[in-house]
Every structure is written in C-alpha cells, then in structure tokens.
Design a protein around this ligand. Structure first.
Ligand SMILES: NC(=O)c1ccc[n+]([C@@H]2O[C@H](COP(=O)([O-])OP(=O)(O)OC[C@H]3O[C@@H](n4cnc5c(N)ncnc54)[C@H](OP(=O)(O)O)[C@@H]3O)[C@@H](O)[C@H]2O)c1
Length: 486
C-alpha cells in the first residue's frame, strides 16, 4: 500500500504514544492518537493510559478543541463504534468535525469494530493500514488476546552462555547479574500474569512478584547493542530495531497516571471483549489484574499462576503468601479435597507472608512491589484444567486466564513447562538473559519441545539485543508458521 508521506510522521508519533500505555491498559488495548488541525499542525495528542480511563481519541480531541474541525486524526487502532454506556469514539470524532481519519490497524473485535464504516458513512475520509506493522507490534499482546482468545505469552529464561538454566544440583540462583534480575522485575510488572511450573516452585520456592526497583524509571545499566560490536559475523543483526512490545521503560502503574484528564470515564466498550472467550473482565475482581476502582487506575499486581496438576504446592510456599493474587491450576481429576488443602479459608489468603528472601534468578529485593504491604491481602484461587499429555492442557489454561482478563503472560519456566509451551506453539516472544558464564552440565534452558529432527526446528527472529550489566538480553519471536498466523 502506498502511504502518503505526510501520514508517516503523525502515525509514528501515535504509535509511540500508544506504547506509553504498556502495562496499565489491560484488558484494553494500547492506543495512541494524534490530531492535526486543518493546516497540518499538531493540535492534540493522547493515549489510552489505563482501563476505565479515557480513550486516546478522546484525550487528543479534548486537547485539540475547536482546532480539530476540518483536521485529521491519526489512530493506531480503529476507533470503537460501540454504543455502550459511554458512546463510541467514532461519534466523538464526528462531533469534533474532523475531515479525515487515518487508521493503522482495524479493530478485530466484532463488537467494537465498525468505526471506520460509520465515519465513512458520515462523509469522513478514512485511510486504513498506515504503519500497520508498527502499530500491530506495539499492541501485540492485546491483538493476540483479541484474535486468538488467549493471552500473549512471553517466555523468559536466564541461562549461561552454553544454554544451561540450572546446575546439576538444581541450583539456578545468580546465573545473571543484579541488573538483569532487576530488568526481569520490570518486565514482570508490565505483565498481567506470571506463570511457573510446580517443578520450579518446589525447587526454588519463588515469590513470583514484581518488585521493580524504581517504578517509573527506565532500566539502569541498559545499553542497546545493535549489531553487537565485536561479533561482526552474526548476520542479520546489524540494525535491530527496539522491540515495541517490550517497553524499555515499562508503563509502570503510577508513572503517568496523572498525565491525562480523567474526566472522560469512557471505558473501552465491553473492554473489547464482548465477543471473545476472554470476556469476563470484572467478573473476577479478586484476580483481575487490570481492575480499576472508580475513575482512577488501581495499582496492578500481576497474578501468580502455578501449573500444578496434582496440587503439590506446599501450603508454606511463598506463592501462597498473599502478597499477590495466586491461581493454582490443577488437573480436573486431581484428588478431591485439594481445595481445602490449598485454600484454608474460602476467599482468604493462605500462608502467612515470609520474611523477604531470595528466589530463583532474582535479586534479594531491590525494592518493594508497588502497593506491597507486609500483611497478606490477596486471594489464592484454584482452577481445574483438563490434562493433556504429561501435564495440563496449556491452551485450556490460557483460555481460563483470558477469561480472568489476563492479556499478557510472563512464563518463567522451568524448562519442562517451557518445553510444553513451545511444543504447543504457545510462545509468542522469547526473552533470554544470557550470562557470560559456562556450566557444561545441568539443565538445558528448554526441555522437550517435541522437536525430533533438525527439519522440525522452530525458527525465530531476533528483535532486539541489549546489554544489561555484564549480561545480554535477547528478544526473539517465532517465525510465522503456515496455519498458525494470528
Ligand atoms: N534459569 C531460569 O531461568 C530458570 C527458570 C525457572 C526454573 N529454573 C530451574 O528449573 C528447574 C525446575 O524446572 P523443571 O523443568 O523441573 O520444572 P517446571 O518446568 O517448573 O515444572 C514442571 C512441572 O510442571 C507440571 N506441568 C503441568 N502441565 C505441564 C505441561 N503441559 N507440560 C509440562 N509440565 C507440566 C508438571 O508437574 P507434575 O510433575 O506434578 O505433573 C511438571 O513436572 C529448577 O532447577 C529451577 O531452578 C530455571
């Protein structure tokens, strides 16, 4: 598609603005909007900052005021056309008198789509598909969720240069540097759910909470290494663009909540979920990671998920300490009475909080989780999921998470569970922290993923290579596979 040259810069800016909503809009999409006046000057800018808050178009139009009349609005996602309790953005654009609307990506949800058609029907010129690839990338978590009815999955692991994630004796702490571990906390904080297998819970007793050191600040000690100087023979990685789905500065709760007026309580219609299996936003307030009270964003605390077919999670496990909501996924045929063992009192936190301690691959506590208190305040819940193969049906588990409003999953392993996720084609992004250290024995970072011959090798493409302290952070995405397109 031929993109009018004058559309590139404003849409690129809209995409940049959309990215600022990362980590705070769930279960809504991230959306950015730029409004130019009839003379082509920027009149208003906005982004959707948090679920329940004003949509990007509303923020930008409010800023533009009268100058929007006869102007052009650039929106990264098709304006919603849902006549719910707050009225559609398409109507707001019409009321503002914009002459042209430029859209990057159409809204895939039947309920909210139709904004472009309504605008056209009212004589507004609509151009679609401008910088679509970039806008897809910035919103990839939500688009995965909306199109596939399951959360977007990022598998993170820490490994030595020879690809080992634990030593022969099972120890895996401190493979990577404190800087890398702090970065993990920032990525955790931007996710809706942090998932680990029972093997990891039994081996490391991790807390699986997000404890970013300085909320709102970018990662310390991060230097991008496009092309990795000194390794010139690595072909195709000479000019890697920063991945937009992984914010270098994650949109941590509170870091820009005050940037935008909150006097337009236009929730995204049905949170865009009305026609998706994940449409239960708000049905599970105890576990809804993006839940907001009133018109203010509430502090998000990622849901901890333990994949534990037979309910082997010890009652004393840190994941049951009430410091964050926890969901234990057991098999649908797991023994009866398991609920009573894991959930001592219905709807109440289980184990008392531990004294701050260390866990696998994490620093001792660079800071407290936003909103973390010493008293257990979050619930532990249990869900039964069908078995599949040697474990649980992971697709069914992901659909269950989507039903709880989980748009993005941060999978922390271990290798066995990660192997199943990869084998079932359920990993959308890989974040590897690679330490300049060698083990030579011990666990490989990835367990059996069902690859038996080199011809079956799942191929990925690097999106970013960064140096974090002494370690490398590699971000890659699976190459599209026929029949598995999103
Ligand atoms: N360096 C790192 O980044 C990192 C990260 C995490 C863990 N680790 C290390 O990895 C080790 C633990 O990993 P692990 O591989 O033993 O355990 P794991 O992957 O954490 O958990 C495996 C268990 O998950 C359950 N499971 C449920 N559904 C499954 C499915 N569909 N596929 C596979 N498993 C499923 C099974 O439990 P049942 O057996 O009860 O059926 C299985 O045994 C520890 O040494 C830990 O330190 C390292």
């Amino acid at each position: 598609m031929e993109i009018p040259a004058e559309d590139v810069a404003p849409m690129a800016r809209a995409v940049e603005l959309a990215g600022r909503g990362h980590g705070t809009t769930s279960p809504n999409p991230v959306v950015g909007c730029v409004v130019l006046d009839s003379a082509g000057q920027v009149a208003g800018e906005g982004f959707h900052a948090y679920a329940g808050g004003p949509h990007a178009e509303i923020v930008a139009l409010a800023q533009a005021g009268e100058r929007a009349k006869g102007g052009t609005a650039y929106v990264t996602l098709e304006p919603c056309d849902h006549t719910g309790r707050t009225g559609p953005c398409s109507r707001a654009l019409l009321d503002a008198g914009v002459a042209r609307v430029v859209i990057a990506v159409p809204d895939p949800t039947p309920k909210a789509a139709g904004g472009a058609a309504r605008l056209r029907a009212h004589g507004v010129e609509v151009t679609s598909g401008v910088l679509a690839e970039r806008a897809e990338r910035v919103n990839e978590e939500w688009l995965t969720y909306a199109r596939l009815g399951r959360p977007h999955v990022t598998w993170k692991f820490a490994a030595t240069l020879d690809g080992r994630s634990a030593a022969e004796d099972g120890t895996s702490q401190w493979i990577t540097s404190p800087e890398a571990r702090a970065d993990v906390h920032r990525l955790r904080a931007a996710a809706d759910a942090i998932v680990a297998g029972i093997g990891t819970v039994l081996a490391d007793d991790p807390r699986l909470t997000a404890r970013p050191s300085t909320p709102g600040e970018g990662p310390a000690g991060v230097s991008r290494v496009p092309g990795v100087p000194g390794i010139p023979s690595v072909s195709g990685i000479t000019d890697i663009q920063g991945i937009q789905g992984i914010p270098s500065v994650p949109g941590l709760p509170g870091d820009r909540a005050g940037d935008h007026p909150r006097d337009h309580p236009r929730d995204h219609p049905g949170n865009h979920l009305g026609d998706h299996p994940g449409h239960h936003a708000g049905d599970h307030p105890g576990h809804h990671p993006g839940h907001h009270a009133g018109d203010r964003p509430r502090v998000r605390v990622p849901l901890r998920v333990v994949v534990d077919p037979d309910g082997r999670t010890p009652p004393s496990a840190r994941v049951l300490d009430g410091q964050a909501p926890t969901l234990v996924a057991v098999a649908d045929d797991a023994r009866t009475g398991i609920e009573t063992d894991l959930l001592p009192a219905p709807g109440r936190a289980a184990a008392p909080p531990h004294a701050p301690d260390r866990e696998a691959g994490e620093s001792s506590a660079p800071g407290r989780e936003s909103g973390e208190s010493s008293a257990p305040t979050h619930e532990v819940d249990l869900v039964r999921v069908p078995r599949r193969g040697a474990g649980l049906d992971l697709e069914a588990l992901l659909r269950e998470l989507a039903a709880r409003g989980v748009v993005s999953v941060f999978l922390e392993g271990g290798p066995t569970l990660a192997g199943s996720f990869v084998g079932q084609g359920l990993v959308d992004r890989v974040v590897a922290y690679v330490a300049p250290a060698l083990l030579g024995s011990g666990r490989a970072a990835l367990g059996d993923a069902g690859v038996r011959t080199i011809g079956e090798l799942p191929r990925l493409t690097f999106d970013e290579i960064s140096q974090i302290g002494p370690d490398l952070r590699l971000i890659a995405r699976p190459n599209p596979q026929p029949g598995r397109e999103k």
